[in-house]
Ligand binder design. Structure first.
Ligand SMILES: [Zn+2]
Ligand SMILES: [Zn+2]
Length: 360
């Protein structure tokens, strides 16, 4: 029996419960979690903005140690430190053959087949986003397990699994920020902070952080922001004023709301790139008129998991961590126990803090 945070039904509060885990079957790995980040997507899964079969164990940003491996697993062995990858790629679908593994058609398919936690009362529990990291231990498909590169603290490594791959990828893969460009980042949560750090790594000169809360300025500046704007109806105007009246080369939206996407778009220079990382609901309609699409010549793109290939990107990120360019600890504003996850959700709704990290 291990303890886990269980979502009993969509919209219901998480329950801390003891659950039974199966032994790892062929192609599976059992992992003892060291830490798991509380991501906005967990909140979206719990409140129904994103869908997950229930009851479920959420949590998808984790790192830990291999306890046991099933038949046929050779790339990790017991005792190995690992990072969980919630979006494993199949290698054979159209997207995978094009190298766009973050769009793998089979990434979230069949998770319940390879993995079914059993709760102590006999109900099957689904692993939210494949890996169910809000538990002391988990059993996952071997394709969800990446060896941890050397020199990275195991608890902080959890953040690499979602927030950092997403923020780094938004800058380096999606927007392809070049040295000397200007960047604005909307939303200073875990992903926003890693996006700011990544813009700094890319050599962006002016880096503007935007958030509704004035209290996040210090956090944002520590992550690389050169300017801080408290969101208002004047945000786009303020950003243009900070960039020679032009607007930024790249605006990254990490919120997922229509008004923020629209503001990010209006803060982007003529010909610049607006990248939407935040996951919004279907009710968030963003409108553009035909003339402005022509006049501004901007590119608007979505971005899934930072358009990252975790197997290729983790070694690069690890090098940035070892060299001190990427500070994982600076993304964490709270270290909590499993019981603290509901309060961490409340803080997200209230727009407070960066990443909350569950320490097991
Ligand atoms: Zn996430
Ligand atoms: Zn695929």
């Amino acid at each position: 029996m291990v303890r886990a945070a269980v979502l009993p039904a969509v919209g219901a509060p998480l329950e801390i419960a003891e659950i039974d885990l199966p032994d790892p079957g062929p192609g599976q790995v059992r992992i003892r979690l060291a830490a798991a980040g509380v991501c906005h997507s967990d909140l979206s899964l719990s409140n129904g903005t994103m869908r997950v079969p229930v009851p479920a164990v959420l949590g998808h940003e984790g790192a830990g140690t291999v306890v046991a491996v099933g038949e046929g697993v050779t790339h990790v062995s017991p005792g190995a430190p690992v990072i969980l990858n919630w979006a494993p790629s199949c290698g054979t679908c159209h997207a995978c053959t094009l190298g766009e593994v973050w769009l793998c058609a089979n990434a979230l398919n069949g998770a319940a087949d390879v993995y079914a936690h059993r709760s102590s009362d006999g109900r099957d529990l689904h692993p939210g986003l494949n890996v169910a990291a809000f538990a002391e231990e988990t059993v996952v498909s071997a394709s969800c397990v990446l060896p941890l590169p050397e020199g990275i603290p195991l608890t902080d490594a959890a953040l690499l699994g979602c927030a950092v791959l997403t923020g780094y990828g938004a800058i380096h893969h999606s927007a392809r920020v070049r040295e000397g460009e200007t960047v604005a980042v909307f939303g200073v949560g875990g992903v926003g902070l890693s996006t700011l750090q990544s813009a700094r790594i890319a050599g962006a000169t002016t880096i503007v952080a935007v958030d509704v809360s004035p209290e996040k300025e210090e956090l944002a500046r520590a992550a690389g922001a050169t300017d801080y704007v408290v969101a208002s109806e004047n945000t786009a105007r303020e950003i243009r004023a900070l960039t020679g009246k032009q607007g930024v080369d790249v605006a990254v939206e990490c919120v997922g709301r229509a008004v923020t996407i629209r503001t990010a778009w209006e803060s982007t220079r003529r010909g610049g790139r607006t990248t939407v990382v935040g996951i919004g609901g279907k009710d968030q309609q963003v409108t553009f008129n035909a003339l402005e699409l022509f006049h501004w010549g901007r590119t608007l793109s979505g971005c899934v998991y930072g358009n990252s290939d975790p197997a290729k990107d983790l070694p690069v990120l690890a090098e940035h961590v070892r060299a001190g360019r990427l500070d994982l600890g600076a993304l964490v504003t709270e270290r909590i126990a499993l019981e603290g996850i509901p309060a961490a959700f409340d803080n997200m709704v209230a727009g407070k803090g960066g990443r909350a990290l569950v320490i097991f």
